[in-house]
Design a protein around this ligand. Structure first.
Ligand code: ZN
Length: 323
């Protein structure tokens, strides 16, 4: 009886081993089955990782259109926001097309800060952005800003509401920061005091910069600068400068336009033509050659807002000093 028992156990063990071997051979023999097994075991791990990241990262995910918005949103939200900008460096918000990957990423975004100033990127894509995340609040960064009218866009059509380059005024950047602050406080009411303190801190920096520029521009009244793309209307309005743009309704100027621009530049003693990294510099160089001047690049879309505004002001001042 005792021996019979052991034999039975041994047989049972052997049977288990055999079936395990057959099962294993079956799995490795079937590639599809193997992939499926791997996917099934990977899935829970991936889900676990996603849950862990979400728990560790409680930041508000904010998407916005253009790079100058980044510093403004981050200055108000600081470590409580994670900002992604849709129009990448080197691209124009007048023409940029959203990628399908970017559109998908908006589905996981908590808040969208639109420029709201009529830039074509938003006019073309806002419906699709809303479509992938219908519950996402969309704040208009330009709410409360007074627009400069009479702006004609790239395709020659007049944009109702005026010039979309509102962010290039320090006074407007303060309004944009206030709108961001309100939206973040709505998104996370417990952090309202934190956002408000950050807003005041950032507005103080903007005020200091504005004061610095005003001081250095005291001898810049009634001067004229020439820029390729008509982005700086708000900036020059704030400081009482005149600006002539080379681009004609979003197009390269015609030969007769160029001749007229060269005459104007000579008459006004202009020595520097400003161009931007995002746009053609060809006609800027043509004019500069004709007047014996130079081309200087300034960026209306830098992500370092305060530093950039400071260096643009310095570039304008030194250009006028050469007149
Ligand atoms: Zn522009």
């Amino acid at each position: 009886m005792k021996i019979m028992g052991i034999n039975k156990i041994l047989t049972a063990i052997l049977l288990v081993c055999l079936s395990a071997c057959i099962l294993f051979a079956g799995c490795t023999g079937n590639t599809n089955g193997n992939e499926q097994t791997q996917q099934q075991t990977l899935q829970p791990t991936q889900q676990q990782t996603q849950t862990d990241t979400a728990a560790a990262d409680e930041r508000i995910t904010v998407a916005a259109s253009i790079l100058p918005q980044k510093e403004i949103i981050e200055s108000v939200g600081k470590d409580k926001v994670k900002v992604s900008i849709l129009v990448p460096p080197g691209f124009s918000p007048h023409t940029y097309e959203l990628t399908s990957g970017q559109l998908r990423s908006i589905a996981d975004t908590d808040l969208f800060v639109s420029m709201g100033s009529g830039i074509e990127f938003e006019l073309a894509w806002m419906d699709k952005i809303k479509g992938v995340n219908p519950n996402m609040p969309i704040v208009n960064a330009s709410e409360g800003i007074t627009f400069i009218d009479g702006y004609t866009e790239e395709d020659g059509t007049h944009v109702s509401g005026g010039d979309p380059h509102v962010w290039l005024s320090i006074a407007n950047a303060k309004i944009m920061a206030e709108n961001v602050c309100k939206a973040l406080a709505k998104e996370s009411p417990k952090d309202e005091a934190y956002f408000k303190a950050n807003l005041e801190e950032y507005k103080a920096k903007l005020d200091a910069l504005d004061g610095e520029i005003r001081e250095s521009f005291t001898d810049m009244k009634n001067v004229t600068i020439m820029t390729y793309h008509p982005a700086w209307s708000y900036f020059v309005r704030d400081y009482g400068i005149e600006c002539i743009s080379v681009e004609n309704n979003g197009k390269e100027p015609s030969p007769s336009d160029l001749a007229a621009l060269i005459d104007t530049a000579k008459a006004k003693g202009i020595k520097v033509i400003f161009a931007s990294p995002e746009y053609s510099t060809k006609s800027a160089y043509t004019i500069a050659d004709a007047i014996g001047g130079s081309v200087v690049l300034i960026d209306p879309l830098s992500e370092n807002y305060i530093d950039n505004m400071k260096s643009v002001a310095e570039a304008f001042k030194s250009a006028v000093a050469q007149n």
